[in-house]
Each structure stands twice: as C-alpha cells, then as structure tokens.
Ligand binder design. Sequence first.
Ligand code: SAM
Ligand code: SF4
Length: 316
Amino acid sequence: MRVWKMLKDSYGRIIDYARISLTDKCNMRCRYCMPEEGIRTRSHEELLKFEEIYLLLEIFKELGIRKFRFTGGEPFIRRNAMDFFENLNIGEFYITTNLSSKNLDIARLNNLNLGGLNVSLDTLNPEKYKWLTRGWDLEPVIKNLRNLRVKNVKLNAVVIKDFNEDEINPLIDFANEIGATMRFIEKMDFLKDNLKRAPVDKIRKNLIDKNFISEKEITPKSSPAVYHQQISGKGKVGFILPVSKSFCATCNRIRVTFDGRIKLCLFAEKSVNLRDMLRDGKGKDEIKKILLQAVLAKSRAPKIESQTETMSAIGG
Ligand code: SAM
Ligand code: SF4
C-alpha cells in the first residue's frame, strides 16, 4: 500500500487537525454569529452526505490527520446526527455544540467516543441568554451540562463589553462546579451586530494581578487558547485571543464546510470543493494529491477583515 505524505503547508506547518461542519443551520441566532433572519435555505443536495463525510475522514486519516472536531451551525440539529456520530470509525473525536437542541439525547451523547466536548455558554443569566441567542432558554442547557458524563468539557464564552464582562468569576465558578474548563473568547467582528469586543487580554491580566490565576502560561501544542491554573488549585482557565494575539504561527488545522469546501483558514477566501470532486467520481488517491497541493496555499497570517462568511457557515 502506498504511504502518503502528511499534509504540510509551504511554511512547514503540519496539518493534523480537521474541523468538519455538519450544517450551517442553527436553532439559535446568537447576535455575534448569525444574522437575525438566519441563513439562506440550502437544498439537501448542497450538504455533504454522511457517506461522503465518512469517505473524507478515511482520506484525511491516510494523510495524517489525527484530530477531528465536528461543529456547525449546530451539529445536533442535523437529522440523524447522533447516528452519524455513533457510526464513526476514527477513534476519539470532538464536538462543539450549544447543547440546546430540543431532541438532544444526553444519554446517547455520553456514550459517544468523545475526546472532549466544547459548549457555548456566554452568560448564566436567563434574560441575557434569551436576548443574546434571540429567544432561547438557558435552563435546558444548564440541565444538559449537569447531566454530561464526558471527559474534557470546555465552556466557551464570547466576552462582550457591558454585557457579560461582570460574569467572569461566576462563569469560572460554574465551570468548576461541573468539572469543566472555562474559556473566554475575544469577539471577532463578522457581522454588523453593534456588540463591542471586551478586552479579554486585560481580563486575563486582572485575574493574574488579583492572584486568582497563576501567571504561568500553559499553551498546549497548536491550541488557540492560552491557559492559566487557578490559584485555588481547582482547574485551568483559558483565553482565546484571535484578534489581539494571532495563533496563526502554529495553526495545524483545516476546515470542511457543510457543503464540502476545504477552508485552509478561518479567514481564507478561496476554497477547494471536495464534494464536487467526490460527486464527479474522483478517486481517493486523486483527492489526496489535490489536498497535498491545496494546503500549500495556506496563508501565513491572514487579515481577519478578509472574512466574508458568518461563523455558522464556516464552522467556528
Ligand atoms: N453552535 C455551536 C456552538 O455554538 O458551540 C458550534 C458552532 S459555533 C459557530 C462555534 C464557536 O464559534 C462558538 O464557541 C461561538 O461562540 C464561536 N463564535 C461564533 N461567532 C463568533 C464571533 N463573532 N467571535 C468569536 N467567536 C465566535
Ligand atoms: Fe448557533 Fe453556535 Fe452560532 Fe450561536 S454561536 S448562532 S449556537 S452556530
């Protein structure tokens, strides 16, 4: 059997992580992510079929990709998403979710072969949650979080000026209570949403000054987050600073959009459409050659302003 090279870009970065979006649709309409009217309706044909994703996963594995995260939109609103996850054959995998989908079966979720689960949780205040998500209840999300029995749960909060800046400590306390890791994300301005980015790096420094978290930075390989240990000994707190501290230099990821486009970067304008190649009957080896060539165009450090799609369409 032919041994394939690993995916490597022209700056020497090895690509061993793929984020795969199951859908660009979402039940929620978070103000920083989705336009109020939602997104244009797609025909079923536009979506990558599950069998096509399984085939792409095989191709990725053979090219050295070791970590897979499924995201969206909201992955669990795609019909039969849980069946899809249960039938994966890639070892441990990761999911990013809002954990709010009405039909979400937490018992089945707990039985998936998960290496970790990321959950969006921007506020603990039901009124604020309803406002930010344009109409969703916080209570079922909290209930689902308390019922989770999976390892490595991370809670992600996009920090917005004059909205949830006052909830840094309550969110950390809640994460500690359920055995999760709290992470604070700097808001990227993709939409005209009138929400102001809060200074997440300043928040991090304040927590260090107050002796709440240790000064020592923990930076897992190729992670976009920097972590600090809580002085109380409880757990770590993470900070993701895509705007003020780019993590492009160590980027090891590619993204597959809901319609099968490979995005070499969150901010990449151009993409290669793998769905069309699969449907045109291109074989696995041919697609591997195209991918090995395509990753060479991965940009070193793109401009955030070059982003023209919403986060829900790219997969976060
Ligand atoms: N629906 C799932 C969820 O909310 O976790 C998965 C998809 S969502 C697009 C993935 C991540 O992108 C979430 O953690 C969300 O907070 C983040 N995100 C969306 N829009 C963002 C923005 N404008 N700035 C920073 N992060 C954003
Ligand atoms: Fe949906 Fe996630 Fe975007 Fe919120 S952040 S609208 S939950 S895709």
